[in-house]
Design a protein around this ligand. Structure first.
Ligand code: AMP
Length: 445
């Protein structure tokens, strides 16, 4: 199926072909014709599927239809996103795809001076892309008129709920026409009960559009778990990046403090690294991302919220330095790689205390993530898959404690991998199987 057959205008087709897109992605094939018909949709599409063009193209086309008696100050399309990065990314897509069409768009988010936003809104805006908190600031100041919104888009709705935006969303819904008098599009990577409740309030007989199995991850992403002691994670990470010549890797930590510390430590190991998180100014975040994209920074260490909406073409490696507390975040994190048909790897460094988090993620994925024990980092050599699968190791205690621990010890202040000579560059795989089969064995002490 070609873009031409979707019913898009010549101006949009031109912009799409200038982007070098040859054919629509599955979400675009399904969503664009339905949105063009004016119907509501509830789309299960993860990041990396091309969902942004899936809604920006038809909404730009909608703007070419005239409405009578419209004041220039009334916003026609409202796109809500959970983070500033995602808002900026959607705004960039609107600029790109709408470059041959007359339209006025603005992006508003917190953390920056509100006055330029007020000026822009005063001049009139057709498409407004906003994060909920700052939008409500404008509503309170009466610097924005949402009473005539024709299309509402909720992008990454699951993330908005995770971030506690539900009350803000409800307040915004009171400012716009009711669901029978507007078109509503809801995008979410996962479908929890809360999302379905929100969809009931928000959508009018929506068409369900789903491109990947619910709560599944993009197939092109190779996922791996490396078991490792907590205190050796940083050593292993530096080693993997250095020895495998990774040039661009996005690393996730759970906390802002942890992100700062890890970026500092990696820099001490000679790897150019920078941290990106909510405490950094918008300018610092934008700069870090630009440096990372152009290759002057090799490792970007990010927290979940900061990484939301990052769109980096062909990002080959994502590392979970720490597993997320919320299993859905794992899907969002690894969706940063394997985008738009490219292959990618997502590696999780899992310490024994994170075992439950891993089990929660696997339950959500409905599959086991392959475990690869790296030589030098194994904790035991005894494999007892059947006992482990049952979650019990029935060996006597003495046998269970016989781990035959071959971990290399640090000598002369140098980590073990720095002393190893004559070995292949990458840590070797010593075994590979499903997590449950190995978990109890690897983490048994
Ligand atoms: P998204 O899921 O919207 O974040 O998009 C992920 C990436 O896919 C972005 O870098 C887009 O530029 C790219 N993309 C979107 N549509 C297409 C397409 N039809 N063909 C190739 N790449 C695309």
């Amino acid at each position: 199926m070609s873009f031409e057959s979707l019913g898009l205008s010549a101006e949009l087709l031109r912009a799409v072909s200038e982007q070098g897109y040859n054919e629509p992605t599955p979400i675009q094939k399904q969503a664009i014709p339905v949105i063009l018909q004016g119907r509501d949709i509830m789309a299960g599409a993860q990041t990396g599927t091309g969902k942004t063009a899936g809604f920006t193209l038809p909404l730009l086309q909608h703007l070419t239809t005239e409405t009578v008696n419209r004041s220039p100050h009334e916003v026609r399309v409202l796109v809500l996103t959970p983070t500033r990065e995602l808002a900026a990314q959607v705004a960039a897509s609107i600029e790109t795809y709408g470059r041959h069409l007359p339209h006025r768009s603005a992006v508003i988010f917190g953390g920056v001076n509100i006055n330029p936003q007020i000026d822009k809104l005063r001049r009139g805006v057709d498409v407004l892309i906003a994060t909920p908190g700052r939008l409500l600031d404008h509503v309170q100041r009466k610097t924005v008129d949402l009473s005539k919104v024709e299309i509402l888009v909720l992008d990454e709705a699951d993330r908005m709920l995770d971030m506690g935006f539900i009350h803000d969303i409800r307040r915004i819904l009171k400012q716009i026409p009711n669901k029978h008098d507007r078109q509503s599009l809801l995008f979410s990577a996962t479908f929890s009960r809360e999302i379905k409740q929100l969809a009931d309030q928000l959508l009018n007989r929506p068409e369900l559009v789903e491109v990947a199995r619910r709560n599944s991850t993009v197939d092109l992403i190779e996922q791996l778990v490396h078991p490792v002691d907590k205190h050796r994670k940083r050593e292993l990470l530096s080693h993997m990046i250095g020895s495998q010549y990774w040039q661009q890797v996005l690393v996730f930590t759970r906390t802002k403090h942890g992100a700062n510390r890890l970026a500092r430590q990696l820099a001490q190991d000679g790897l150019s690294a920078t941290a990106i998180h909510g405490n950094k100014s918008q300018a610092a975040r934008t700069r870090a991302l630009a440096d990372f994209k152009q290759g002057s920074v090799r490792v970007l260490v990010a927290t979940d919220i900061a990484a939301r909406g990052l769109d980096i073409d062909q990002l080959p490696h994502v590392v979970n330095y720490e597993l997320p507390n919320v299993p859905e975040d794992y899907i969002h994190r690894i969706g940063r790689t394997g985008r738009a048909g490219n292959e990618g790897t997502a590696i999780s460094l899992v310490s024994p205390d994170e075992r439950k988090l891993l089990a929660d993620i696997e339950r959500l994925l409905k599959r086991q993530i392959p475990v690869q024990v790296l030589e030098g980092y194994e904790r035991t050599t005894v494999e007892r898959p059947s006992a482990a699968r049952n979650g019990h190791d029935r060996r006597p205690q003495a046998s269970r404690n016989n781990h035959n621990d071959r971990r290399p010890k640090a000598r002369n202040g140098k980590p073990a991998h720095a002393r190893r000579r004559g070995r292949s560059a990458a840590p070797k795989q010593s075994s590979r199987t499903g997590y449950s089969a190995l978990a109890d064995r690897v983490f048994s002490d």
